[in-house]
Design a protein around this ligand. Structure first.
Ligand code: NAP
Length: 222
């Protein structure tokens, strides 16, 4: 992975941050994005540089903001020309009964997990050389109570991924589906995020197949 240029959205925390560390150890060149967690993003950047990713760049990116996505794509193109992999990881979950979800809860999940992922993909596709890995979920394959909107977005991510894989057969395009992982999103319940990061690393480095929009289920790899 040495010298490969990889962009990770939502790299200031959880799975995205651990994936950045795993790739940094393999001396990839990283572009990390954070949204609200500037200090966490800066700490992740510092740690990546320490681990071996000397050329790491940190960007603020709210994937709900059309202008910010366009600006990030322009900046990355200017600085790097092209990227090898796009890892669409940024996501949020509101895990309460459907009837209790506010319009804001619903919009935030759809706009971040689904609409944002699609728009980031659209903006970066012309500069992606090798592939796109979308972080969906076990909740994108099976229904879970109190996760209605979240499940909807993740089922959608899988459908979108399978479809763009048909349209861009030259690229490696797939979903990595974590099950419950101990991050802020899950209330720190579940498997260590480093295990999910290891699976993503194996996908990006070609040790686990990624093509045609296939599902890579973390629990089947680790
Ligand atoms: N944890 C689990 O059990 C689990 C299971 C299956 C799938 N997943 C998926 O794994 C991915 C990573 O989640 P995580 O568990 O690592 O959660 P996390 O620790 O809460 O990290 C979420 C990341 O997404 C970023 N983010 C949130 N809203 C954003 C927005 N509007 N624009 C840009 N970035 C935004 C956050 O940035 P800031 O903190 O800087 O705002 C943070 O870096 C998500 O897609 C999630 O759905 C998680």
């Amino acid at each position: 992975m040495k010298g490969q240029i990889i962009l990770i959205t939502g790299a200031s925390s959880g799975i995205g941050r651990e994936t950045a560390y795993r790739l940094a150890k393999a001396e990839a060149k990283l572009i990390l994005t954070y949204n609200r967690g500037k200090a966490r993003g800066e700490a992740a950047l510092k740690q990546c540089r320490k681990l071996g990713a000397a050329d790491t760049l940190l960007l603020q990116l709210d994937v709900m903001d059309n202008d910010a996505i366009a600006e990030a794509a322009r900046e990355v193109k200017k600085k790097f020309g092209a990227i090898d992999f796009l890892l669409n990881n940024a996501g949020v979950g509101v895990f309460i009964p459907f009837g209790k979800q506010t319009l804001k809860d619903i919009e935030r999940q759809i706009k971040t997990n689904f609409e944002g992922l699609i728009k980031v993909t659209r903006a970066f596709l012309p500069t992606v050389k090798k592939g796109i890995v979308n972080i969906a979920s076990a909740a994108g394959q099976e229904a879970y109570a109190n996760m209605s909107v979240y499940c909807g977005t993740k089922f959608g991510v899988r459908g979108f991924t399978q479809t763009i894989a048909l349209e861009y057969p030259r690229l490696k395009i797939c979903c990595v589906n974590p099950d419950e992982t101990a991050t802020r999103l899950s209330g720190f319940q579940g498997r260590p995020p480093a295990e999910v990061a290891e699976v993503i690393f194996r996908v990006v480095s070609g040790q686990v197949p990624c093509s045609g929009g296939n599902d890579v289920n973390v629990w089947e790899v680790i």
